[in-house]
Design a protein around this ligand. Structure first.
Ligand SMILES: NC(=O)c1ccc[n+]([C@@H]2O[C@H](COP(=O)([O-])OP(=O)(O)OC[C@H]3O[C@@H](n4cnc5c(N)ncnc54)[C@H](OP(=O)(O)O)[C@@H]3O)[C@@H](O)[C@H]2O)c1
Length: 286
C-alpha cells in the first residue's frame, strides 16, 4: 500500500511508519517541517500528486495543559487541519484514518466507555479532538476515527513511556492512583491503524490493549513487576495533588463495539504489552 503518515516525528507515527514499512508498504512519513497539516494548500497539493491508498493522521497538538492557554493553536491542528486532511482524502478517494482520544469522555461513568456513550469533553484539548472527529465525519463520511488512550512506546516522552527509565535509574516517581484508563502500546495501535486503513470501513473505533485497564499507579507497579524495579520508588498521589491546568477524566477506559464486526480481534492484554515494550527497550540498550 502507498500510505501517507502525518506528524512523523511523534510516538505513534514512528511506530506506524515502522510497522507499515515492515509489511512492504511505500510510506511517506512527513514531519511537521515537511507537511504542516494546518497548511490547507500544501495538504491538497500533496494529496493530489501523492496517489496514496491511505492517509493515517498521527499529527496532533498533544499538549493537554498547554491547550488551556492556547486553544487557538490546539483547534487549528486538532480540528480544522483534520478537516483539511479529510477533505483532501475525500477528493482523492483514499482511506482516511485519524486518531482521537479517550478524553472525549468526562470520566463520570463506571466501567468502560463504548461508542454508545455520549462524549462530554472537559478541556480544550479534548474538545478540539471531538470537533476533529465531527468535522472528519462530516467532510468525508468514509473517515475512520480511532479513539485511543494512555499510549506508551518507543520514543514517547509521556509519563507512561519514560517511567521505566526513571525507575531503572533508581529515581522516585509519583503515580496517580485515582485516574483509570486502558493502556495502549504504540506498536499494537500502529498495527491496528494499518489494518483499519486497509479495511477502510467508516466509523468510530475504540483501540486499546485488552484487559481491565488500570490506574497510573497500577501501570507503574506492573512496570516494576515486569522490569524488576523497586516498587518502593513509587509514591501514590491523587490527580488533585498535581494541580494541572487541564481537567482530565477520572475514568477513560475504552471498549470497542465494532472492531469484531469488521473481523478484527482484540489487541493483546496491556500487561503482555508492557512486557514486550520493556524487553524491546532493554534489547535496544545492549
Ligand atoms: N499519547 C497519548 O497517550 C494519547 C492518548 C490519546 C490519544 N492520543 C492521540 O494519538 C495521536 C498521536 O499521539 P502521539 O502520542 O504520537 O503524539 P506526539 O508524540 O506528541 O506526536 C504528535 C506529532 O504531531 C506533530 N504535529 C503537531 N502539529 C503539527 C502540524 N501542524 N502539522 C504536522 N505535524 C504536527 C508534532 O510535531 P512537533 O513535535 O513539531 O510538535 C508531533 O511530532 C494524537 O492524535 C493524539 O491526540 C495520544
Amino acid at each position: 500500500m502507498r500510505i501517507l503518515i502525518t506528524g512523523a516525528d511523534g510516538m505513534v507515527a514512528r511506530a506506524a511508519a515502522a510497522h507499515c514499512r515492515s509489511l512492504g508498504d511505500t510510506v511517506s512519513a512527513l514531519a511537521r517541517k515537511d507537511l504542516d497539516i494546518t497548511n490547507r494548500a500544501a495538504v491538497s497539493a500533496l494529496m493530489r500528486r501523492g496517489d496514496f491508498a491511505a492517509v493515517i493522521n498521527c499529527a496532533a497538538y498533544t499538549d493537554v495543559d498547554g491547550a488551556e492557554s492556547d486553544p487557538e493553536s490546539c483547534f487549528a491542528v486538532n480540528s480544522v487541519a483534520v478537516s483539511n486532511l479529510a477533505s483532501a482524502a475525500a477528493e482523492s478517494g483514499c482511506a482516511f484514518v485519524t486518531i482521537s482520544t479517550d478524553y472525549v469522555f468526562d470520566g463520570e461513568k463506571e466501567g468502560f466507555y463504548t461508542q454508545d456513550d455520549a462524549p462530554n469533553p472537559l478541556g480544550f484539548y479534548a474538545r478540539s479532538k471531538l470537533e476533529g472527529e465531527r468535522l472528519a465525519a462530516a467532510v468525508y463520511p468514509a473517515s475512520v476515527i480511532v479513539r485511543t488512550g494512555w499510549i506508551f512506546g518507543r520514543g514517547g516522552t509521556n509519563f507512561l513511556s519514560v517511567m521505566h527509565k526513571l525507575l531503572a535509574e533508581g529515581k522516585r516517581i509519583k503515580a496517580i492512583s485515582d485516574a483509570f484508563g486502558t493502556p495502549t502500546f504504540a506498536a499494537d495501535l500502529a498495527a491496528r491503524l494499518r489494518e483499519l486503513s486497509e479495511v477502510s470501513r467508516a466509523g468510530i473505533y475504540h483501540v486499546v490493549n485488552s484487559g481491565s485497564g488500570t490506574s497510573y499507579l497500577g501501570f507503574a507497579q506492573m512496570v516494576c513487576e515486569k522490569g524488576g524495579f523497586d516498587p518502593a520508588l513509587i509514591e501514590a498521589v491523587s490527580d488533585d495533588d498535581l494541580n494541572r491546568p487541564a481537567p482530565r477524566p477520572r475514568n477513560s477506559r475504552l471498549a470497542c463495539l465494532c472492531s469484531g464486526g469488521v473481523g478484527l480481534r482484540p489487541l493483546p492484554d496491556w500487561e503482555d504489552a508492557i512486557e514486550r515494550f520493556l524487553s524491546a527497550e532493554s534489547l535496544r540498550k545492549l
